[in-house]
Design a protein around this ligand. Structure first.
Ligand code: MF3
Ligand code: CO
Length: 288
């Protein structure tokens, strides 16, 4: 949800709405932008905002590419986080996850291994052959956000790990294909769950994609499972699609000690890929 009352990303300690919350002079918004804001709380982005968010997304994707290259057997996920801190600093961007939420998320990326669905916290565990790893990066550039994640296989992996990796990527690609002005948000979950179940996999429904750009999480929610969200996509909408696909049951359990790590209830593998998507006049643009 939109975190207008949460602390500003800039670290001022002020509420976001009292600090860097974007000025949205209603008089300058199109009829459609006014309606989306009023009816759904969705901010249709202006051309200037899109340019800044595109830049944030490109940096996020570059950082993620570099991190994925360094994910090899013997490397710990904490070392990946240390590299991530360095890459963020060099690029002049703030990691959006650091200090986010309750309890404050302690790291600059999420690293979700094998049966971890999402929000895995980097630690001293070295990667080993046969692991599958999701790295999730999100950056703030001058107040504009980008968010994406990808999978890496460490050496040869088991059939069920290979399956969830390829099915989750195909789910993301199919979901992107249905994005265009006028398509209901529900078309995304339809494309994803149709394909995942046809391959014998399940779709996580406890976590969703989200509007992004002026905040880390904005309306609308983007379910990856079958749903009834009839909001039509419109040019200027920016949101993530980030399907989490399991080899076994869809249910996940949050770690009772760290309150973040989400593991499959049955311990079977899970995989996720994520892009930030812009709806354009013609269709969609993948920003990450
Ligand atoms: N890409 C995930 C998201 O969109 C990353 C969550 S980061 C965490 O929400 F800080 F919440 F862990
Ligand atoms: Co996201």
């Amino acid at each position: 949800m939109i975190e207008r009352n949460g602390p500003c990303w800039c670290g001022s300690g002020k509420k976001w709405k009292k600090c860097h919350y974007p000025n949205l002079p209603l008089s300058e918004l199109s009829t459609q932008a006014k309606r989306y804001l009023k009816d759904f709380g969705i901010i249709l982005k202006s051309a200037e905002q899109i340019e800044k968010i595109r830049a944030a997304c490109q940096i996020t994707a570059q950082i993620l590419d570099e991190l994925c290259k360094q994910a090899k057997a013997g490397v710990t996920t904490l070392e990946l986080d240390q590299l991530s801190r360095k890459l963020h600093k060099e690029a002049g961007v703030i990691p959006a996850t650091l200090g986010y939420g309750k309890p404050p998320y302690p790291m600059t990326i999420c690293t979700s291994l094998n049966e971890v669905i999402c929000h895995g916290i980097p630690d001293e565990t070295p990667l080993k052959k046969g692991d599958i790893l999701n790295i999730d990066a999100s950056c703030i550039l001058d107040g504009y956000f980008g968010d994406c994640s990808r999978m890496v296989a460490i050496g040869d992996v088991s059939l069920d790990k290979h399956l969830v990796m390829s099915v989750s990527l195909e789910c993301l690609q199919r979901a992107i294909q249905v994005c265009k002005p006028g398509s209901p948000i529900s078309a995304i979950g339809q494309a994803i769950e149709d394909y995942a179940t046809s391959q014998g996999c399940s779709v996580v429904n406890q976590f969703v994609g989200h509007g992004v750009g002026l905040a880390f999480h904005e309306p609308p929610e983007i379910p990856h499972h079958y749903n009834q969200v009839q909001i039509p996509m419109a040019p200027g909408m920016i949101f993530t699609i980030e399907p989490m696909i399991n080899a076994g049951v869809r249910e996940g359990l949050i770690d009772p000690h760290d309150h973040w790590t989400v593991r499959t209830k049955d311990g079977k593998p899970s995989a996720q890929w994520e892009h930030t998507i812009l709806i354009t006049d013609e269709g969609r643009e993948v920003l990450t």
